[in-house]
Design a protein around this ligand. Structure first.
Ligand code: AMP
Ligand code: MN
Ligand code: MN
Ligand code: MN
Length: 277
């Protein structure tokens, strides 16, 4: 039987809208055979599902998506097959959540003063389920207020760097994030490399640093990737002996362009990461 593998998606413990259990149900309906729930800086979904893992109807891979900083940019690193009970990882994620909390205090002020949205804290409490507050939650409040018509517009008009509701991020260095994943027994995967809007030479530098830090795989199949970008990524991955990974980055059922389990086919000229664990 053909395997359907999705190694990147989000539950309501970060900025997705489904519970871990609902994600599993949707994945099973969609024919997914191997799933990793990779919430931003949270392993709550893994903790919740792990005791049930033999009864889920698919293979669950313990995962997380950690925010890092590389040369002033936010870069996301997925950790696959991590030991979710690893104390260093747990402490590290607690610090990430504190960093997120501090940033959200600044964002609350920005939305109130710059966009005149009232009671932002209360509205935020209504739409967040877990410990992790993401900029996408603020994007939703901006859309709800009528100041933007989509999440994308909320980012490009208000939340992106240089816009009136932007706040600086203070993520740990890429190298540190890769180390935390490795010491928790996981495989570090560079998430959606073509989304960082880097020139070809900077992208090459990013992957060079990532590989030198111990990163083992890069995502090469995800919904928005262009064929040309995918071919470039596969070339670089093969040069550094990196595996290829794939994932839908599914967040919400209403985002029909990337349903759970829906990813472009992994080309044959790269070794899939799931052959390594
Ligand atoms: P954060 O990690 O809190 O900075 O939030 C990043 C999240 O915001 C990403 O994982 C996406 O879910 C979402 N996001 C970032 N940029 C955009 C965009 N241009 N349009 C829609 N969602 C975005
Ligand atoms: Mn997200
Ligand atoms: Mn990401
Ligand atoms: Mn993601």
């Amino acid at each position: 039987m053909l395997e359907k593998i999705d190694l990147h998606c989000h539950s309501f413990h970060s900025d997705g809208s489904l519970s871990p259990q609902e994600l599993i149900e949707r994945a099973v309906i969609n024919g997914v055979t191997q799933l990793s729930i990779t919430d931003h800086d949270s392993i709550e979904a893994v903790i919740e599902l792990w005791p049930l893992k033999d009864k889920l109807g698919l293979e669950l891979i313990a995962g997380v998506e950690i925010s890092s900083s590389w040369e002033g940019r936010d870069v996301h690193v997925v950790g696959l097959n991590i030991d979710h009970k690893n104390p260093e990882l747990t402490n590290f994620l607690k610090k990430q959540q504190t960093t997120r909390h501090e940033r959200s205090q600044l964002l609350i002020k920005k939305l109130e003063t710059r966009l005149h949205i009232e009671n932002v804290r209360d509205k935020l409490n209504l739409i967040t389920k877990g410990q992790v507050v993401c900029r996408s939650h603020f994007a939703q409040l901006i859309v709800d207020s009528g100041a933007a018509t989509s999440f994308g517009k909320a980012f490009s008009k208000f939340l992106a760097k240089g816009k009136i509701c932007a706040v600086p991020s203070h993520w740990p260095d890429l190298e540190e994030v890769v180390s935390v994943i490795i010491q928790a027994g996981g495989i570090a995967v560079l998430a959606h490399p073509s989304r960082y809007k880097l020139s070809n030479s900077r992208l090459y530098q990013l992957i060079t640093s990532f590989s030198a830090s111990g990163g083992k795989a890069i995502e090469v199949s995800y919904p928005s990737i262009k064929g040309q970008d995918q071919r470039r990524l596969i070339r670089i991955a093969n040069e550094f002996d990196l595996y290829g990974s794939q994932g839908s980055d599914f967040h919400h059922p209403f985002q029909t362009w990337s349903d759970l389990g829906q990813v472009p086919i992994m080309p044959a000229d790269i070794i899939p990461v799931w052959t390594s664990y």
